[in-house]
Design a protein around this ligand. Structure first.
Ligand SMILES: [Zn+2]
Ligand SMILES: [Zn+2]
Length: 428
């Protein structure tokens, strides 16, 4: 096993409120020591981390790895490579694969394969209903025993309130969080972008904000009724932020995530009919974007998650209305978040940023990650927070190229990523 000494870094561990200059020793796959100064012992690789952050590996709880069934978009291997290149050491993969991950056998199969094929740790969010058809709850106890950390129908949200109530009561019985993409399909009705002035100008069918907010309210009320842990995915609306704030104040066990693209982009990004700006929920207005930023600053929004949703170039090359929803995000998330933060009048501290992208999401999903504990497996990301770099889609490790940040100049990038003490990524 390789041994490393990370020298002269800014060590950030939100789990213990640690922010100090110093060195970190990685040995036998674990974090062996953290101190202001450690002496190299001769047998270890010394990496100069001056002007860099040494942080717990980043955690992305919303990723589509596309296996089984859609390996032309992404695989456990390529998705894992994209993750570690983005500084992520743990990801949660979504169940809307072909077939959907609605059985213990499928959950175990992904976990077993990922352990061999992915350089990043992979956790499974299993389906919430059988076949993700929104009709019948799954066997949650069996899914949990197989290793599922939560349940979700993500892109195929349960439309029946009564089915949702039963599913949430079922998950609550085993302490499984229910993770929801909030969309009333009768309101979104096949809209391909946000319904507003821009969609009217472009002549594209839109999905209104209410398609999201109606289901956030419904799911929060059902969480209150069933005492189920509810996590709202990719919050995109100002009213949605207000609803999460309201229900948190009522003591409802609700948390929420926001994606980097919703923090940085608005529906104006759709103006060139570029399908790489098409995702679900859609990019919304500047009012919404500003409210999401405020939600993060206030702590109403708990964490950042990418909703990394790779699609092949030929799929995204279709006309805007016909192209599939989704963008890749693993390799641009960190650069987007630090860039976004640099635009704020009162930016978040490095410790707060690492909390949003590592410690908080790990806690939400109950993952053994998000901390730099002595003796714990060395999942560590060394981040250069000052590096300005340009996004080149052809240089992505993902199998897909569908980024809305093509040619953007972002701020901050992973330099080294370690998973279990193994250096799985080194920036070129
Ligand atoms: Zn979704
Ligand atoms: Zn998703």
């Amino acid at each position: 096993m390789n041994r490393y000494l990370l020298k002269h870094g800014r060590i950030l561990d939100p789990a213990q409120g640690l922010d100090m200059q110093g060195d970190v020793r990685i040995s036998d796959g674990r974090i062996a020591a953290i101190a202001p100064s450690l002496t190299p012992d001769g047998g270890e690789t010394v990496l100069d981390c001056a002007d860099c952050w040494i942080a717990p590996g980043l955690v992305d709880i919303h990723v589509h790895l596309r296996e089984p069934g859609q390996s032309h978009k992404e695989t456990l291997q390529t998705g894992g490579a994209a993750a570690v290149a983005g500084g992520f050491t743990s990801v949660c993969c979504m169940p809307n694969t072909q077939p959907p991950l609605d059985s213990p056998t499928l959950v175990r199969e992904i976990l077993t394969r990922a352990a061999h094929e992915s350089p990043c740790r992979v956790y499974v969010v299993a389906a919430l209903t059988q076949g993700m058809r929104g009709e019948a709850p799954c066997d949650y106890h069996a899914l949990q025993r197989a290793g599922a950390v939560a349940c979700s129908d993500d892109a195929f949200p349960v439309q029946s309130a009564e089915v949702m109530r039963r599913a949430m009561a079922g998950c609550a019985a085993y302490g499984l969080p229910v993770v929801t993409h909030c969309e009333d399909k009768t309101l979104s009705d096949g809209g391909s972008m946000h319904a507003g002035a821009v969609s009217a100008r472009l002549g594209l069918k839109g999905a209104p904000a209410s398609a999201e907010t109606v289901q956030i309210a419904r799911n929060a009320l059902l969480a209150q009724q069933t005492n189920c842990r509810l996590h709202i995915q990719h919050l995109s609306t100002a009213i949605g932020v207000a609803l999460v704030r309201f229900f948190k104040a009522q003591g409802v066990p609700i948390t929420a995530e926001v994606s980097p693209h919703h923090l940085l982009l608005t529906d104006e990004a759709c103006a060139a009919f570029d399908a790489d700006a098409k995702m679900n929920p859609p990019l919304r207005t500047e009012t919404d974007r500003a409210a999401l930023t405020q939600g993060v600053l206030e702590g109403v929004i708990d964490c950042i998650a990418t909703d990394h949703a790779p699609h092949a170039p030929f799929e995204k090359a279709q006309p805007f209305g016909a192209a599939p929803f989704g963008v890749v995000g693993l390799e641009t998330a960190l650069g987007c978040v630090l860039h976004w933060n640099s635009t704020l009048p009162q930016p978040l501290t490095p410790l707060q940023l690492v909390h949003l992208m590592s410690t908080a999401p790990a806690r939400l999903m109950g993952l053994p990650a998000g901390a730099l504990a002595i003796g714990a497996p060395a999942d560590v990301t060394v981040i250069d927070p000052h590096l300005r770099w340009r996004v080149n889609p052809d240089a992505l490790h993902s199998k897909s190229r569908n980024t809305p940040f093509k040619d953007w100049e972002l701020l901050g990038k992973a330099r080294y990523t370690f998973v279990g003490g193994v250096r799985v990524y080194t920036a070129s």
